[in-house]
Design a protein around this ligand. Structure first.
Ligand code: 13P
Length: 253
């Protein structure tokens, strides 16, 4: 079975004290991970080492950075490289979140470079894609998402994409309380898998974990995750509440 993943994206929230309290509370809240399941915590850069240490020895639990730079090293004040993240034992890196594409003008080409740098450094990307409302209203979301995958991932080899993680996050569902319906999520996830299958074959496509993101909550995670092509979620707001995220972890297939 491909990996089922509950990934938290804390975004730019929480002080260190609040982050520690949240993690302590979550660790004290009953949640269980089977062998095929993972919990991933996408925390702000300054807390990565600290949260990683808190999770030491816990099975199938990992940390993620929320970004990295698209250059290897050098005079790029304020940026963080993939190599730096690897040197502190980060596991995953969230790449191409719609907030980064929109507010920081991240292009397909930049994201392709970031993916390359992560893979070169042994970091696992969580590659985000997803359409804005106008595209959904025009019913052109399939072509839009296919293009995002093509432009930033299709230079990779089948081997590099085996076991890869993609997160589908329709922008109109992020932080709005408006989730995609189970059918909308399943339909797009099946489309993403078919796009990958067309390019790389069924075995590769079947190995890719495709997470859904956009207003995943404790009360809807189970039904969304139950869809055959939904392999867990990338969760914003609800990952900031320990009891809710524990329920979301327990909702994995
Ligand atoms: P919300 O769960 O707050 O809608 O955020 C989703 C998201 O952007 C996760 O990356």
């Amino acid at each position: 079975m491909r990996k089922q993943i509950a990934a938290a994206n804390w975004k730019m929230n929480l002080t260190l004290q609040q982050a520690n309290a949240l993690m302590d509370e979550l660790l004290a809240t009953p949640h269980q991970l089977k062998d095929s399941q993972e919990a991933v915590f996408g925390v702000p850069f300054p807390y990565l080492i600290n949260i990683k240490n808190k999770l030491a020895g816990k099975k199938n639990v990992f940390v993620a950075a929320q970004n990295c730079y698209d250059k290897k090293a050098g005079a790029f004040t304020g940026e963080v490289s993939a190599e730096m993240l690897k040197s502190i034992d980060v596991d995953y890196v969230i790449l191409g979140h719609s907030e980064r594409r929109e507010y920081f003008n991240e292009s397909h080409a930049m994201l392709a470079e970031k993916v390359n740098l992560c893979l070169t450094n042994g970091l696992k990307p969580i590659f985000c894609c997803g359409e804005p409302l106008a595209i959904r209203d025009a019913a052109t979301q399939n072509a839009f998402v296919e293009n995002q995958l093509k432009e930033s991932l299709f230079h990779l080899s089948a081997q590099q994409l085996t076991g890869f993680v993609i997160a589908y996050e329709p922008i109109w569902a992020i932080g709005t309380g408006k989730t995609a319906s189970n059918e909308q999520a399943q339909q797009m996830h099946a489309h993403i898998r078919s796009v990958m299958a067309k390019q790389y074959g069924t075995a590769v496509a079947e190995s890719i974990s495709i997470l859904y993101g956009g207003s995943v909550k404790a009360n809807n995670a189970k039904e969304i995750f139950a869809q055959p092509d939904v392999d867990g979620g990338l969760v914003g707001g609800a990952s900031l509440v320990a009891a809710d995220f524990a329920v979301i972890i327990n909702s994995l297939k």
